[in-house]
Design a binder for this molecule. Structure first.
Ligand SMILES: [Zn+2]
Length: 412
């Protein structure tokens, strides 16, 4: 008996093929506007054409494939993800979403199906932001929020983004034309690996994203008084590191006690940092995320009050400096509901979950409503060659996405 390949198996073959387009032999590194990116873009373009799409590469290096609806020129549902990677990456982050989108359109094309709207597949080139100190340029250009000042930023070799675009074969002067008009676009949908352990824990192949979490980051500096570890009695100490340790535990408690937020202190430094010196200073980081901007801001305010209390009790100083603030991008309820309905029609319990990581949707939401479908990944591991999904789960994602397209009804 000859086993027929599923759409998931074919997607897997393509993901293997894409992993071959790399700058470093033996590991996957494909940065924005490199020859490896160009080769991957041309391969994606060929697959889009094979799936019945009209194709082009736009002025920021996005690969764009358009599958017309029942008549030409109808507003389009955009489906996409990114084909750039981090250094020493996994094969699925970004690439899965592009391959799955092409598979869904191919399924329509095979049966000569035309929908009451056009479908456009987008393969963005700059989601990871590894090569240049800017990110989401591909999706920002499409959303019409590309900042022309970004053209002058340089990579580690001193090459400007403008020069890199020209080497790639793009005309930077055409970037304003890459922007879509809101009336021409129904929404933006992305399939992506979860990059977290929730779907694996829930034993589900896919999940429906409710929002891309907003994030706040702070630098915290605690100032105490240095002293001899042998001579200063305990009750006379103003130990900055001990105070910082209490703050770390306060962060953990706050996040555990508040449903809908996660908070992390990932870095801590003691000053002067010697085995026999009471710390005069401590520096720590705070990263706090939530799908609700209100919850996030309230938690930040409560934590600041707790830090002040700890500092006062221990007679040390504390200063909290904001470093980064990105609001949450909430997925459109009509898209979320219809994606959930598609999952249910495939026999999958439609679990809704927030995205802890950032995605192109953060930029696309300036243009149109967004939605995402997450795919289970082993151990929640990503940005790592150990990143793994199964062909069965990829197949489930393609099935749900295709069914979602066939049933999609925009709000009146
Ligand atoms: Zn990604």
């Amino acid at each position: 008996m000859i086993a027929t390949k599923t759409a998931g198996d074919l997607a897997f073959d393509r993901l293997e093929a894409l992993a071959g387009f790399t700058e470093e032999p033996g590991r996957l590194t494909r940065l924005y506007l490199t020859p490896a990116h160009k080769a991957a873009a041309l391969q994606v373009l060929a697959w889009m054409r094979e799936a019945g799409m009209k194709t082009r590469i736009d002025a920021v290096g996005n690969v764009v494939g358009r599958y017309e609806g029942v008549e030409p020129g109808l507003p389009a549902l955009l489906i996409g993800s990114h084909i750039d990677t981090v250094r020493n990456a996994g094969k699925y982050d970004g690439n899965l979403g592009v391959v799955a989108a092409i598979s869904a359109v191919a399924a329509l094309h095979r049966r000569f199906e035309r929908l009451p709207f056009a479908v456009e597949v987008l393969a963005f080139g700059d989601e990871e932001g590894v090569r240049f100190p800017v990110t989401l340029n591909g999706s920002r250009a499409v959303a019409g929020t590309f900042d022309p000042a970004a053209l002058d930023v340089r990579d580690a070799d001193g090459v400007t983004l403008r020069e890199a675009l020209k080497q790639f074969g793009c005309d930077p002067a055409g970037i304003p034309d890459a922007a879509r008009r809101p009336g021409d676009v129904l929404g933006y949908v992305e399939v992506h690996i979860e990059q977290g352990p929730v779907l694996e824990d829930e034993d589900l192949p896919v999940g429906i994203v409710t929002a891309i979490n907003g994030a706040s980051r702070f630098g915290i500096e605690v100032t105490g008084v240095a002293g001899h570890a042998g001579t200063v009695p305990m009750h006379l100490r103003r130990d900055a590191l001990a105070a910082a340790a209490e703050m770390v535990l306060a962060v953990e408690r706050e996040a555990k006690d508040t449903s809908g937020i996660v908070a992390t202190v990932g870095m801590m430094e003691a000053l002067p940092g010697a085995v026999n010196v009471i710390a005069s200073g401590a520096k720590l980081s705070l990263d706090l995320r939530s799908s609700s901007d209100d919850l996030r801001r309230e938690a930040v305010a409560r934590l600041k009050r707790q830090f002040d209390g700890i500092a006062e009790r221990r007679s040390v100083g504390v200063q909290v400096t904001p470093r980064y603030d990105e609001p949450a991008a909430t997925c459109a309820p009509w898209l979320v509901d219809q994606m959930a309905a598609a999952a249910e029609r495939s026999g999958i319990r439609p679990l809704r979950l927030p995205s802890g990581a950032g995605h192109d949707g953060l930029a696309m939401i300036a243009l149109c409503p967004i939605a995402m479908l997450f795919v289970r990944c082993a151990g929640g591991v990503s940005h790592n060659p150990a990143e793994a999904i199964t062909a069965q789960d990829a197949d489930a994602a393609i099935r749900v996405l295709t069914d979602f397209l066939r049933h999609l009804t925009p709000p009146q």
